[in-house]
Design a binder for this molecule. Sequence first.
Ligand SMILES: [Zn+2]
Length: 433
Amino acid sequence: MTQQTPLHSWIAKKIGCPPEALTRAAIESYQLDKLNETLVLCRARSPFYRKKLAGLPEKMSSLAELQALPFTTADDVRERPLTLLTVSQSEIARVVTLDTSGTSGPPKRLYFTAADQELTRDFFHIGMATFTAPGDRVLILLPGERPGSVGDLLAQALPRLGAVGIAHGLVIDVKQTLEILQAEKATGVVGMPVQVLALVRAAITQQMPRPQLKSVLLTTDHVPAAIVQAVENAWNCTVYNHYGMTEMGLGGGVECAARTGYHLREADMLFEIVDPETGELLPDGAYGELVFTTLTRQGMPLIRYRTGDISRFLPGACACGTNLRRLETVRYRWHGRFPHTTTSFLTMADLDDALFPLPGVLDFAAVVSANQLQVTVQAEEMGGLETAVTHAITNLPAVRQLGLAVSVQVQSDRVSPPGKRQLTMLPAGTRSA
Ligand SMILES: [Zn+2]
């Protein structure tokens, strides 16, 4: 039998019911109470929400009424972050400024109190328990220098389950990180897919001993299946996916042992799937934009925040036996489709699935315009790869249907900064250099 997600009993405890009594009705009744508390807090303290919620019912009597509330967008957060705060700035323990390269205007800033950070630590502790046991040693390949950063919170969470978190930071020197992996006798790794793939492929070419890992947690917006496969094959370990964004308090959801979609922090956030064009709520099983409302956030609550991520709630129960919902692995963002206007479109995930199965591919960057797709591949060895990459891309249905001319360049240098991988779109009529 598949081991039940530890999020089940954790959420039951937060809701105040025994694990066997965690029904959808119990979860939703708790969520409704917390939603109403959040609305009271927002009206009382946040100028932005006071204005936004003016004239709307003071209290929701069912979760269905949530649809009457307006959305909060990334632009709202970007343009007037301080008006969203429900505490004084002196109570803020951590401000995260998000890299907004590629977008104009002010950067996005998210504000968290110490209590908000504790909620994240708590989630990391329980989520990691899915595949981490007392005595395990987990190498954390995420930014962790600043107090309250994702790597720092994770390093603080692991000792709570009797494990050791080894803060490392992003991988800069692949060989050095591989040596640390050995020297630290790590049993687990948490990192970004492309960074972990680079370790796996370098370990093979440099004939380094295989690390004795039990599990790897990959975290980012889209985790390519080919990278999961490559890591599992090379290191004989089990790979899990985490999904989260800063707006969610860094952590959002994590796969259970069944590995069929993420279980979410349903006691801290209320998730909906809406039609990205009309904003209408969609039923379970339908693809749409993920929207969430914070239920326990103190510093900067978000009501119906539009993530831009496209996914769906998987119908049916999880094999692990929980009543928690499952969000299907996110493949792309609504604005990450090219073109926006047609039903046949190309996404970075399509290219990921085509290119990462090719041995030697470490990463790639892609620039697309009305009639051209330029792909720059970072590879260990250049020989012969250009043909294989071109072949894989030209065979993609979207590339064929859109009639894109494909050009490929293979190089050994890094093609994109860690973490930020997206399809770069040029307006019609422009050509990249
Ligand atoms: Zn499950």
